[in-house]
Design a protein around this ligand. Structure first.
Ligand code: FE2
Length: 334
């Protein structure tokens, strides 16, 4: 049994105060623990999902990947060691800090700290979001996804795909190389994009309701320079989302309606439609880069790129009547 989910994320930050307001007021996370050195946030029944520690720099501190039990942890540690990767077993104090029963850690080829864990602690205390929202889509899908900018995608594949057993959902070749990988039904829990500057590009959290995302968009829009990418829909995981600039400089994707794949049968495929079906205007890109993306979106729109919304029970209502256009599109296999 391999890795089952992205369980938690650790960040380091130069400005904990800004993070506190952003994470609760914009993202709607619950501040679950606070000290002068560290903030811990909840997004569901877990004791903590995101931990942010005060530091001299901003960026990712660790990625917590879950396996089923102690035996699975041992077998994953053995697999890493036989591939020549140094693995350290976390002591009781570290397990307590992470609220897990067992933990080993190592470095990925880019120097990121990868923690493999089992037995994450849940709490019976009700989740109290930082602002009114319907909730985060987590459970078996994990806490969301993380996307890294890397110099060499091939080195990352050798580690994440070939040793840790991540499945490739799809990849892109333009406007840059990127690999999107799953460890459960979530289309991607981890992705690598080739380019600079290297480091954490963004992490994503998914909401149950499209209106949670829209209301977050309104709040972010009131803050100067907060929105990094306008509302839009991705071509590969079909997520409707926007990107906000975090106090750490990297981005967070705030999304709804992500596609679920079946890891047992999913075939990796190239995704040449470009990153987005519509929207996702990348406000920090140059005019030339934006023009290229506009052209890709226009081309795909004219070619008929459309996809059904991905809903879960309880967040949609069927409208009466038929949509002739949609019946036609379905018949054409779109
Ligand atoms: Fe994303």
């Amino acid at each position: 049994m391999g890795i089952q989910a992205l369980g938690y994320l650790g960040l380091h930050a130069t400005n904990l105060e800004d993070w506190s307001g952003f994470a609760t007021g914009v993202l709607g996370l619950q501040l679950a623990g606070r000290s002068n050195a560290e903030l811990a946030f909840r997004m569901d029944d877990r004791r903590q999902r995101i931990v942010i520690a005060r530091d001299a720099t901003d960026g990712p501190a660790f990625f917590g990947w879950e396996v089923e039990d102690a035996a699975a942890l041992d077998s994953m540690a053995a697999r890493l060691e036989s591939a020549g990767i140094a693995v350290t077993r976390g002591d009781a104090a570290l397990c307590d800090r992470r609220h897990v029963r067992g933990l080993v850690h190592c470095l990925d080829p880019f120097g990121n700290r990868v923690e493999l864990v089992h037995g994450a602690e849940v709490t019976s205390a009700a989740f109290m979001p930082g602002r009114c929202l319907s909730g985060f889509r987590t459970g078996a899908l994990g806490m969301g996804h993380a996307v890294m900018m890397v110099e060499d995608v091939a080195a990352g594949l050798a580690f994440y795909r070939d040793i840790l057993g991540f499945g490739v959902s799809d990849w892109i070749e333009r406007p840059f190389r990127g690999y999107f990988m799953h460890v459960n039904g979530r289309h991607h829990s981890f992705a690598m994009l080739e380019g600079k500057p290297t480091g954490l590009h963004h992490f994503m959290v998914e909401l149950f309701n499209l209106d949670d995302v829209g209301q977050g968009y309104d709040i972010a829009g009131e803050q100067d320079g907060r929105i990094a990418t306008t509302l839009g829909r991705h071509a590969n995981d079909l997520m409707t989302s926007f990107y906000a600039k975090t106090p750490g400089g990297f981005m967070v994707e705030y999304g709804w309606g992500g596609r679920v794949v079946d890891p047992a049968t999913h075939q990796a495929e190239v995704c040449d439609a470009g990153p987005s079906i519509w929207g996702h205007e990348r406000l920090r890109m140059t005019e030339a880069q934006r023009a290229e993306q506009h052209a890709m979106k226009r081309q795909m729109a004219e070619a008929g790129l459309r996809a059904p919304v991905q809903v879960v029970a309880g967040n949609f209502a069927m409208a009466p009547g038929e949509c002739a256009w949609w019946e036609q599109a379905k018949a054409a296999g779109v």
